[in-house]
Design a protein around this ligand. Structure first.
Ligand SMILES: [Mn+2]
Length: 424
């Protein structure tokens, strides 16, 4: 299904007057809206290929109608999101769930929707049918060198798929760890992981980055071999300048100060990529900004501050991706909501008066520091985000467009009700 420019225009005409009123108001209130709008237009958030179908929990999965069942249909879905919000201009593939059989054709198809290929993701957290050795007791950490070699080889294949599509980064997330005390020698598991990653790193093209993702627990419940940002950064430092830490918002213990983590990783030049989602308890993979929007703003505040300090381009300096799962909502609506929440938090962080904040910090003026941050956070920037979208050719109200135009119903009549997306 392709969303025409004309249908977006028709939809926008209905909302333009009310939008204009809100935009004029904020334009009067803020010193430099054009700067914020330009930044918003550039900022793209990649959509993972596994987030386009209904997600499941370990208790079950309730598939929705019209899910994409092929890589082509997944690209079409991301194209649809991008047409509406003009901020989802990349897709991140998971191998082996989404192997591009004919890379040239897949690349052309993506280009026809104005999409690029973001990081490719390897999978050694489950066994595949044709696989010789099992990952039941780990992959890159495994006590058996043959299992480690198989996992290394898989990651090299993932890099090769990525090269064929013009991707520039590999994300490695490992489920490796232990479920019971005594099961693992921690030091050996870490050393094995490092040696395996070194093998993979050797095959990384010069202009590529390796993102090492950490997670505190699950599926292993006693230890995870790359459990936190310190362990990830230790590996990234030992591997070399193409290796970075990837922060997934849901991969911390409750109440971890993620804004401080990203600040220090940026200081060390080792923050590479970012996975957005939200959570109440653990790796809940809920819609970004649905539970803790203030935390999301505080994280963006540190990201912007740290990237500016390093003179990094906000849009291209880090790998931005959503990593969520949608058990109840239509995945495409959920993704539109996530992208909107990310752009709101980003816009608010651009409004923080950095000089005033530094002055307040220098004077230990704690109350003023809070005033400055909360003034930015409590600014309703939705009209700015909508204006940036409008100027880029997107819909003023993407979710309302999606619902009013019956996008899911149209996808269902094209694809049927039995389609099930690959993934968890
Ligand atoms: Mn992730």
């Amino acid at each position: 299904m392709i969303i025409s420019k004309e249908s977006i225009q028709r939809h926008n005409e209905r909302d333009i007057q009310s939008h204009q009123k809100k935009f004029n108001y904020i334009k009067e209130e803020l010193p430099d809206v054009e700067f914020v709008i330009e930044k918003l237009k550039d900022f793209q958030i990649a959509i993972p290929s596994w987030a386009l179908g209904t997600g499941g929990t370990r208790f079950g999965r309730f598939s929705g109608p019209g899910e994409p069942s092929s890589l082509e249909q997944k690209i079409e879905d991301v194209g649809l999101l991008h047409a509406l919000n003009r901020s989802s201009g990349a897709i991140s593939l998971h191998i082996p769930w989404d192997i591009p059989e004919d890379p040239e054709r897949i690349k052309d198809l993506a280009a026809s929707f104005d999409l690029k290929f973001d990081a490719v993701n390897s999978n050694t957290f489950q066994d595949q049918k044709e696989q010789k050795y099992s990952y039941k007791f780990g992959s890159l950490q495994h006590v058996d060198p043959e299992v480690r070699q198989q996992a290394v080889q898989h990651n090299i294949e993932v890099i090769n798929h990525g090269v064929s599509l013009g991707s520039k980064s590999l994300t490695v997330w490992l489920a490796d760890g232990s479920a019971f005390p005594g099961q693992l020698n921690f030091r050996e598991a870490f050393q094995n992981t490092l040696e395996s990653l070194k093998e993979i790193y050797k095959h990384l093209p010069d202009d590529w980055k390796m993102f090492i993702e950490y997670k505190c627990f699950e599926p292993n419940f006693y230890s995870t071999t790359i459990a936190d940002w310190g362990q990830s950064m230790m590996l990234a430092n030992k591997l070399g300048e193409k290796a970075y830490t990837l922060v997934d918002l849901g991969h911390h213990l409750p109440n971890a100060n993620i804004e401080q983590i990203v600040s220090l990783l940026l200081m060390e030049g080792k923050l590479g990529g970012f996975h957005f989602n939200d959570s109440k308890y653990a790796d809940d993979d809920l819609t970004t900004g649905s539970i803790k929007p203030y935390q999301l703003f505080l994280i963006f505040n540190e990201l912007v501050e740290g990237m500016d300090n390093n003179q990094m381009d906000h849009a291209t300096g880090l790998g931005w991706m959503i990593d969520a799962s949608h058990n109840l909502k239509d995945p495409l609506v959920d993704l539109l909501q996530s992208v909107e929440a990310i752009k709101i938090a980003y816009a608010q962080s651009l409004l923080v008066d950095r000089n005033a904040l530094r002055n307040a910090q220098a004077k230990n003026d704690v109350a003023q520091a809070q005033e400055i941050l909360q003034n930015a956070y409590r600014t309703d920037v939705r009209a700015l985000v909508a204006e940036a979208r409008l100027r880029s050719g997107g819909a003023l109200q993407p979710v309302s467009f999606y619902q009013k135009e019956g996008v899911r119903e149209r996808l269902t009549s094209e694809r049927g009700t039995e389609n099930v997306a690959t993934g968890l």
